[in-house]
Design a protein around this ligand. Structure first.
Ligand code: ADP
Ligand code: MG
Length: 314
């Protein structure tokens, strides 16, 4: 992680003017009108680094958009438009048909319209720029968290990294877990909700792409606070519980779920809204003034060594 963040810091993070938020969050904010911001974000999937040569094109199309939708939700907004840049080695009609199908399935599901892009010859790679919208006062930035707030998580953690381990033949899983894990890896499903129904209840959000722990560290650093996280509260598949192997959920990455923070007196409201919109939301810990992250195992014992998560250029 350090390495890729160093590259951004050293070469690309220059001061910008006249925009509300530039580099350093899940998306940048620019003014749309008096009341709203546009949110802009971009993510790339490269062959070999992010997916195998023979990966299912329908899943690739879905994932190319879904990982970007995730960043818009992480800013508290709703995704609207996308531009797709695709680089392919040669034209294979069935492959393109399936990729397009997966992409538009995802676009329909999250209400996104493809409005532009680029097509070129080269190693298989997909870059998608996404544009979303959020009411100005509702944008959820990484620096918005306060001490003594609950830390919430949407959905389940660890499935995608179990899927990756399975794909790499480094574990074996019962078939039901295997199916769910591979689906989480290849067809990530960020929450589907109109974010205006929930964003006012939270102070901060980030999506989990590198892993729960590395991603929560971004919140702590930006908001200048600390946190206690409890493994016993993590929403994980029963396989992780049974095998007491929480590393998949802590450091695995690619969950594309949201970490959110909220004042403790919002608990009942959040639970009600979660039920109303059929959202899975769990409290996994709380923030504090300490500026340190403390992690507790299932028995409540402190985990002394906190590892790093996924990093490009490791
Ligand atoms: P995320 O995991 O949320 O997609 P990243 O870790 O990819 O975010 O990027 C962190 C921040 O750095 C984001 O604000 C992103 O827009 C910015 N960023 C990444 N690469 C570059 C680059 N080459 N030039 C400018 N900004 C970049
Ligand atoms: Mg993100």
């Amino acid at each position: 992680m350090e390495k890729e963040f160093n590259i951004i810091e050293n070469y690309f993070n220059k001061a910008v003017k006249d925009i509300p938020l530039g580099i350093g969050d899940d998306g940048a904010l620019i003014e749309k009108d008096n009341k709203n911001f546009y949110i802009l974000s971009q993510d790339t999937l490269n062959v070999e680094s992010h997916f195998l040569h023979d990966a299912n094109p329908k899943n690739l199309g879905w994932k190319t958009l879904a990982v970007n939708v995730s960043d818009i939700l992480a800013m508290g907004g709703n995704p609207k438009f996308a531009l797709l840049s695709i680089s392919i080695e040669k034209i294979k009609k069935p492959w393109l048909k399936n990729f397009s199908q997966g992409l538009f399935d995802c676009a329909k599901f999250y209400g996104v319209q493809l409005i532009g892009g680029d097509t070129s010859k080269g190693s298989l790679s997909f870059t998608l720029t996404i544009i979303g919208e959020v009411k100005k006062e509702r944008a959820l930035k990484r620096n918005g968290a306060n001490s003594d707030e609950d830390i919430w998580i949407t959905g389940d953690l660890g499935l995608a990294s179990l899927g990756l381990a399975l794909q790499n033949n480094s574990i074996s899983l019962p078939s039901s877990v295997a199916k769910k894990s591979l689906s989480a890896l290849h067809r990530p499903k960020p929450i589907k909700i109109d974010m205006s129904k929930i964003n006012f209840l939270f102070t901060c959000a980030i999506d989990i792409s590198d892993g729960l722990i590395p991603d929560i560290q971004h919140i702590l650093k930006s908001s200048q606070i600390g946190a206690n996280i409890f493994c016993k509260n993590l929403p994980v598949p029963s396989w992780i519980k049974k095998n007491d192997n929480y590393d998949y959920a802590l450091y695995g990455g690619e969950d594309y779920q949201l970490i959110l923070t909220s004042a403790k007196n919002n608990q009942e409201k959040i639970k009600k809204i979660a039920t109303k919109y059929n959202l899975k939301l769990s409290i996994i810990g709380a923030t504090n003034k300490s500026k340190v992250l403390k992690l507790f195992d299932v028995n409540g014992k402190i985990i002394k060594k906190i590892k790093k998560g996924f990093t490009h250029f490791a």
